[in-house]
Ligand binder design. Structure first.
Ligand code: SF4
Ligand code: SF4
Length: 275
C-alpha cells in the first residue's frame, strides 16, 4: 500500500480541517462550501497577478465580510483556506507553493510558513496504513472526507468491528469492489446526516459559547449499560432522549457493519482463511 498522504490523497478530495475548515457553529456542507467558494473567488480577484501587497487587501475584505460565528474561539480559521484546483474538488492552502508556481507565500499568513509546513494532526500518527487506505479509498468528496479522516475513533472503531467479524485485516484489493465502497461510504455519511446528532456537537466534543468539553453519554439516565458502539455514537455527536432511541441507533450501526461484512464475504470466498 505504501505511504498514504491523508492531507492531499488524490485529485478528488483533500482535507483542510487543521486550518479551521469546520470551525463554524454552522459547519454544514452548504455553509462551509459557500465560505470556501467566496474566499477562493476573492483570492483569485486580488492575487491573480501574485502581487503580495494585494494580500493585505484580501485579508481586510475577508475580515469585513459577514461570516457565521465560530464554533471554538481558540482555533484559528485561516482566511487563506480555499479550493486549490480548477474543479474545486480539493481544499487547501491558497498560499502554498504547489499552487503558486513554487513560490511560498505562507509567511503572509497568521501561523507562517514554518508552522504550517511542520503541522501534522494526530490522524497522521494514529491511523494505521489499512485505516488510511479505507478512508482515502472509499470517500470521494472534500467535505465528508475531512470530517471522517480527522475522526480517529470513528475510523478505528468501524475498522475494528469489521475486522473482528472477518477475523483479520481487510485486503486492499477487495476494498476496491465498487459495492463495498458504496457500503463504507454510506456508513461514513452518517457523520453528515446522523439523525441523533445534537446541535452544538462536533463529534465527541460539545461546544458552547466558544468553549468545548468532551461530551458524555448518560447511560444511567437511559436505564441501560454502556453501548458496544460507544465511541462511534460519540463520534457521530449523538444524544438520546430515551433508551428506545439508543436501541434504534445501535440497530442502524449494526446493519451498516453487517452490510459490509456480508458483501466482503461474498466477494472474497477465502475470507475465513484470515482466521
Ligand atoms: S487536519 Fe490532519 S489530515 Fe487534515 S489537512 Fe490537517 S494535518 Fe492533514
Ligand atoms: S497559511 Fe497555513 S493555516 Fe493558512 S491555509 Fe495555509 S497552511 Fe493553512
Amino acid at each position: 500500500m505504501g505511504i498514504i498522504s491523508i492531507c492531499q490523497p488524490d485529485t478528488e478530495k483533500s482535507c483542510g480541517a487543521c486550518c479551521g475548515l469546520y470551525n463554524w457553529e454552522d459547519y454544514s456542507r452548504e455553509t462551509v462550501s459557500e465560505i470556501l467558494h467566496s474566499r477562493t473567488d476573492l483570492f483569485q480577484h486580488y492575487f491573480s497577478r501574485r502581487e503580495v501587497d494585494k494580500l493585505a487587501l484580501y485579508q481586510t475584505e475577508v475580515k469585513n465580510r459577514p461570516h457565521p460565528p465560530k464554533m471554538y474561539d481558540d482555533i484559528f480559521n485561516c482566511e487563506f483556506l480555499g479550493f486549490v484546483d480548477q474543479n474545486r474538488r480539493r481544499v487547501g492552502c491558497l498560499l502554498h507553493p504547489m499552487v503558486n508556481d513554487g513560490y511560498d507565500y505562507r509567511d503572509y499568513a497568521f501561523y507562517g510558513k514554518e508552522l504550517c509546513f511542520g503541522h501534522e494532526c494526530p490522524s497522521n500518527t494514529y491511523l494505521n496504513t489499512e485505516e488510511k487506505f479505507l478512508v482515502t479509498h472509499v470517500l470521494g468528496d472534500w467535505y465528508l472526507y475531512g470530517l471522517v479522516v480527522t475522526d480517529i475513533d470513528l475510523v478505528k472503531d468501524y475498522y475494528k468491528k469489521i475486522r473482528t467479524h472477518l477475523g483479520g485485516p481487510l485486503k486492499p484489493e477487495i476494498l476496491k469492489d465498487p459495492q463495498l465502497t458504496v457500503i463504507a461510504r454510506d456508513f461514513f455519511s452518517l457523520k453528515e446526516n446522523w439523525k441523533f446528532r445534537k446541535k452544538g456537537r462536533f463529534g465527541k466534543y460539545a461546544f458552547s459559547y466558544g468553549e468545548y468539553r468532551l461530551a458524555k453519554m448518560d447511560y444511567e439516565g437511559l436505564g441501560t449499560k454502556e453501548s458496544k458502539y460507544h465511541n462511534i455514537l460519540l463520534s457521530l455527536g449523538s444524544s438520546f432522549e430515551t433508551g428506545g432511541d439508543l436501541l434504534e441507533a445501535e440497530e442502524i450501526l449494526e446493519r451498516h457493519i453487517w452490510r459490509f461484512v456480508e458483501r466482503y464475504r461474498n466477494i472474497d470466498p477465502l475470507w475465513y482463511r484470515l482466521r
